[in-house]
Design a protein around this ligand. Structure first.
Ligand SMILES: Cc1ncc(COP(=O)(O)O)c(C=O)c1O
Length: 384
């Protein structure tokens, strides 16, 4: 059985009529830019997340960029961020002429390690940019407290974590601002690129709205440089339809993750839910925190012995996997001038050697999951 890493068809097939209707409505009114769907989508997202202001933008990368621009990040500033993320997180810092100061992560949640952040502070620190990786809500309160003590802003990169929450609060609502991505494979995916910045701060929201229109204050008057960070009306129309189904899809993601845990445990490949170890287990499963939905499972990422050989074996069996990420961000050639080297981020580097994302998406069938687990079990049997 072939199993793709992500299959969007089970999401879209049952919504076909609704989605086409939304698209046709935009074709009818023809306000392809700044159409009414954009503002409605912002209102609906702000209500969903419980954050006062939501500003729709063109991508997750632009959400991060606009958030940092709104906070005035520029040359001479330092932004503390994680060594373990997609490159966009640190890229936006450098694009603004500021310096990314990279920190290592906690081994279980893969979140910025607060102790490392504390040590990285200097008088130039302006922002802490933390990432809820793979959908797992990190222990963000400690960083929020630290940021408040030091008088700097905390921005949450929630590109992978839409829908994660704890204690009644959503990812993106703990810091001054949160950035989201609507890349098609994200928990809420557009039919193209899209993103959003949320904040409880009305002043920041106003700045963001101006920035996404080239810094326009009133028609034809530009006080500060911005960009074209607008979300297309068509994307907003699609996203509004899909938002109505997000909670169900998040439940499906969680159920599929729980089923993997059960199946891998039954196959003797990982430790049990009560930490009982199968002797010589080969895989470490992502943590399933007890909270309401502390993990939104955008990606189901295990740590695997003989990771590269396993991935190659699964590919031969028609089972798609991916490595997020193979290289710590500070060790990418584009950041070579910052002078980091191997050994600087041991926890991140170990994760980069071990992680493997397995197929998981709303609508994945138990048979598909069984095929994945059976192929993994077969690989380790043959490896002995
Ligand atoms: C952690 C993280 N940050 C930022 C981004 C950038 O989002 P986008 O692809 O929408 O620009 C992504 C997207 O892949 C991401 O995973």
């Amino acid at each position: 059985m072939e199993v793709p890493l992500v299959d969007l068809a089970p999401q879209h097939r049952p919504l076909q009529a609704e989605l086409w209707q939304a698209v046709q409505a935009v074709a009818a009114h023809q306000r392809f830019v700044n159409g009414p769907e954009v503002e409605l989508f912002e209102q609906e997202m702000s209500a969903y997340l419980g954050v006062a202001h939501a500003v729709a933008v063109s991508s997750g990368t632009d959400a991060l960029l606009a958030a940092l621009m709104a906070l005035g990040v520029g040359p001479g500033d330092e932004v503390i961020t994680t060594a373990y993320s997609f490159v966009a997180t640190a890229e936006v810092i450098a694009r603004l002429g500021a310096r990314p100061v990279f920190c290592d992560i906690l081994p279980d949640s893969l979140f910025l390690r607060p102790g490392a952040v504390r040590e990285a502070f200097t008088s130039n620190t302006k922002v802490i940019l933390a990432v809820h990786l793979f959908g797992r809500l990190g222990p963000v309160e400690e960083l929020a407290k630290l940021a408040a003590e030091r008088g700097v802003a905390l921005v949450e990169d929630c590109a992978q974590a839409l829908g994660a929450r704890a204690g009644g609060r959503s990812a993106g609502s703990f810091g001054l601002s949160g950035a989201f991505s609507f890349f098609p494979s994200k928990n809420l995916g557009a039919w193209g690129d899209g993103g959003m910045v949320v904040t409880g701060d009305g002043g920041m929201a106003g700045t963001l709205r101006r920035l996404r229109e080239h810094g326009q204050v009133e028609r034809g008057h530009y006080q500060k440089l911005g960009g074209n960070f607008r979300l297309d009306t068509l994307q907003a129309a699609v996203l509004r339809v899909k938002l109505g189904h997000l909670e169900r899809w998040l439940d499906e993601r969680l159920r599929a993750a729980q089923l993997y845990l059960q199946m891998f445990w039954e196959a003797g490949l990982c430790a049990g839910p009560d930490e009982t170890q199968h002797p010589g287990h080969r895989l470490v499963m992502p943590q399933l925190p007890a909270g309401e939905r502390e993990h939104a499972f955008n990606l189901f990422v295990v740590r695997a012995e003989k990771r590269n050989e396993l991935a190659a074996y699964l590919a031969r069996r028609g089972i798609a996997t991916a490595v997020y990420y193979r290289t710590p961000v500070p060790l990418q050639p584009c950041f070579a001038d910052l002078g980091y080297g191997p050994g600087d981020f041991p926890v991140t580097e170990e994760a980069c050697r071990q992680v493997l994302a397995l197929p998981l998406f709303p609508g994945i069938s138990p048979d598909q999951q069984r095929a994945v687990v059976a192929a993994v079990a077969e690989f380790y049997r043959q490896a002995d």
